[in-house]
Design a protein around this ligand. Structure first.
Ligand code: A3P
Length: 338
């Protein structure tokens, strides 16, 4: 009895060691598999970029996720078409480069519309380079992190239950598309190497009309003054929220969303982070902004770090005088498919 005990203990120890080794093996294999997958993705993206035969007319809308990408897509759609809303989803008119096009080998050159408009969250180094126009949208990182949490709660469960838990991951770059700091500084540092227009969410929010004119100028588009009320109304938060199904992510992730109650066009506010984030997380994030985002001018630095912009004000200006209902139409045209 006395002698058997060490043998039993040794046996149990060996068993635990074996299962630990199997678990470690499994974890190492999983990590290798993830790294290989990521490497494959990067190589595919880079090869796609090398094969891209760009045109000056091509328009890229590029952002870090949750920075107002869809808003920019809608503005460009309104500027480049009659704005009829006769699409099932905004991705039909400005497809998602790395999710919808690259994996299917669909070339930008093959898109039927002129100008060809694509949306992407790729980093400056990964984006296909050409003579076209690149609209880079940025938003203060605190609102990006909060907005990303609501998106993740719905479509990417497992990345953090509370806003603050998720925000910690986001600030450390542990979310899809990685570090917000790297994305923003990569694009801002290299913007003169391509034909880039930088647009902030905060400026769209403060003065949509001026921002729309700036985007139109950059795209070489002359806006018919009669079309401006329609453009402003359809790019308003109220209108886009009313047509949430045309903008939401469900098409990308056909699985039922984990938190279906949150609309994609959710809050549309500058400074919403104040109601959500721990003061300590905010000051750590702003210290990281101090260290990493000082090179891009005081105004940009203030916006990015959440120290500027129209804090707390509603995102969209009130409808123009003479009033259009949120879903209304100037000139009584119809909303086909809306
Ligand atoms: P919130 O979650 O803070 O409301 P993206 O398109 O990059 O995923 O960004 C989504 C964010 O842009 C969401 O922010 C959404 O509400 C906001 N947004 C989209 N259209 C908008 C509009 N017309 N006005 C204001 N904000 C808008």
């Amino acid at each position: 009895m006395y002698r058997k005990r060490p043998r039993k203990t040794l046996g149990a120890l060996a068993g635990s060691m074996m299962s630990l080794a199997v678990r470690i093996d499994h974890a190492v294999l999983m990590r290798c598999q993830m790294k290989l997958r990521d490497l494959h993705r990067r190589l595919t993206v880079l090869r796609y970029g090398l094969e891209y035969d760009g045109s000056e007319d091509d328009i890229f809308i590029v952002t870090y996720p949750k920075s107002g990408t869809t808003w920019l897509q809608m503005i460009v759609y309104q500027l480049t078409t009659d704005g009829e809303m006769n699409f099932a989803h905004i991705e039909d008119v400005s497809p998602f480069l790395e999710i919808a096009m690259i994996p299917r080998g669909q070339k930008i050159q093959d898109l039927p519309a002129t100008p060809r408009v694509v949306k992407s969250h790729l980093s400056y180094h990964e984006i296909p380079k050409g003579p076209g126009r690149y609209i880079y949208g940025v938003r203060n990182g605190l609102d990006v992190g909060v907005s990303y949490h609501y998106h993740a709660r719905k479509y990417l469960p497992g990345l953090g239950n509370s806003t603050n838990e998720f925000f910690g991951r986001f600030a450390a770059g542990g979310v899809p598309y990685g570090s917000w700091f790297d994305h923003v500084s990569g694009w801002l540092r290299n913007k003169d190497h391509l034909n880039v227009l930088v647009v902030t969410y905060e400026e769209l929010s403060a003065d949509l009309e001026s921002a729309v004119k700036r985007i139109a100028d950059f795209c070489g588009i002359t806006i018919d003054p009669a079309a401006m009320p329609r453009i402003l109304e359809r790019c308003s938060f109220a209108f886009m929220r009313e047509h949430d199904e045309k903008f939401s992510f469900e098409r990308m992730r056909p699985k039922p969303p984990a938190a279906p109650e949150t609309a994609f066009i959710r809050q549309g506010k500058v400074g919403g982070w104040r109601e959500e984030l721990d003061p300590r997380a905010v000051s750590e994030f702003q210290e990281a902004c101090d260290r990493q985002l000082r090179d891009f001018g005081e105004d940009m630095f203030r916006v990015l770090s959440g120290r500027g912009g129209r804090e707390g004000k509603p995102a969209s200006p009130p409808p123009p005088a003479g009033g259009l209902s949120p879903a209304g139409q100037p000139g009584g045209a119809s909303h086909r498919g809306a």
